[in-house]
Design a protein around this ligand. Sequence first.
Ligand code: FAD
Length: 473
Amino acid sequence: MSDNSQPSMTDRLLMGAAGLAAKTWPIAARIFPEGPDIDSNQSLWAAQTPDYQAGQPLKGTITCDLAIIGGGFTGTSTAYHFSRRYPDKRVVLLEAKSLANGASGRNGGMMLNWVTGVTDHSPEMTKRIYDTTSAGIKMILEIIQRHNLKVSHRTDGTLTFYTDRKRAEDAHKECEEHNAIGIPSTFIDTATLAKQLNAQGVYGAVLDPDSGQINGAQLVRSLRPVLVEQGVEIYENTPVLKIREGSTIMLTTPEGEVNAKAIVLGTNGYTTRLGYFRDALFPLHSHVFATAPLTAEQREEIGWRAYAGYSDDYDRISYSTLTNEGNIVFGGGSNQSYAYLFNNRTAYPGTPQSAGASFRKMEGTMYEYLPNSKRIPIMHRWTGTLGITLKRNNLMGVRGDNRNVFYAIGYCGHGVTLANVAGAVLTDMYSGDDQQWRGLPFYHATYAPIPPEPFRWFGYQTFTKLTGKSPRV
Ligand SMILES: Cc1cc2nc3c(=O)[nH]c(=O)nc-3n(C[C@H](O)[C@H](O)[C@H](O)COP(=O)(O)OP(=O)(O)OC[C@H]3O[C@@H](n4cnc5c(N)ncnc54)[C@H](O)[C@@H]3O)c2cc1C
């Protein structure tokens, strides 16, 4: 959740400058070309898939009906729904490294309701969005059950913490409005919260009982045999280097070529590296850490007795979840926990050691909420790439002269549920039977343009330093 204060004069001046800088796109796009730039997943979630081996790369030329680029939630959910709907069509999935190498295997694990960047707050749209994401969570759970996937997850609800009395009162009121339209959230006062999740500095919390936590690497990687069984050809260690559009789209990879009737960009924060949506998205590096598993005594001492996780109400949101195995996973909470690198770089060049100051700042934020967590050793530190739009809205649609380039991108840190819903949306869009999704905020959504380099990098650094916030409109 972000604070909803009006933009200040500084915000407005910086955004005005961004508008002027955007006029230089035609030149900047030539001076600052982008290419594949992908690092490896070092997360706790990946460590909990110790037997996973990335599959073979594509060698040679193939043709297919649908080529999906990217093996995260978006790519695998599209492969899943599409191959069930169209068992006779040839579907190929191309992943630069290994399935779940990107954000899907590196996130905070919060499986949440809601869509970010929404401007229509009518009761009808609010309920429709809640119902859409709530059905999305149910769909993820059904898939796990249907295929008996080994995926650590919990669905005992997540909290939003309010760190200001007024914001807590407003949240309480909003909760009652939500209840009136059938949304089952609950406001929890400070005294009750202390017994359940004893966080300091919190004036109240809203519980979303439908939401939870999931190991995304296990979800995506355990889907691989299911997809193969459904006829999907999966090529890992296969970065797409070039896309040439047409009625047949040609994809170039290091050792092969794919001629596809349609493609899906399931590349979220990496999408600009393929030359798409360069003015729509910026990749934001986000650091996360995980503690050693807590013993029952340590859990009691910390006071985390209920709920899968929480996030707070600051612009530089912090979030935390507790795995079934007992690890606290923590991310965000300060400017230091996020980084934008020049020219949309998506591989984070540092190591957890070189980003030590950022991690120390984040650990400090966790200790403020949960002082007794100080004694717990940190076992994993990693960085992941988010795809951020200026309005914080994600985009799902189809583009190109031949209407055969499908995309679902820009989840802005809220994609665990939505990127899994994306497969159903894109499959319906492909079939033309997408009535259910029309009018939702992400459906063929427009976006606020982001200026090119060097203004992009300079603007980000200036804005975050001056305001302590992330750029948004
Ligand atoms: C640190 C962090 C914390 C987050 N926390 C949460 C959270 O708690 N809750 C929540 O809801 N959301 C969270 N998110 C967001 C969520 O994880 C993402 O929105 C979601 O995983 C996006 O899925 P995706 O499949 O679209 O993208 P990704 O998972 O990033 O997958 C894209 C894939 O494309 C591959 N790829 C890229 N370029 C190419 C190419 N040229 N050729 C072939 N393959 C390519 C990449 O290797 C990658 O595997 C977080 C994200 C991060 C980074």
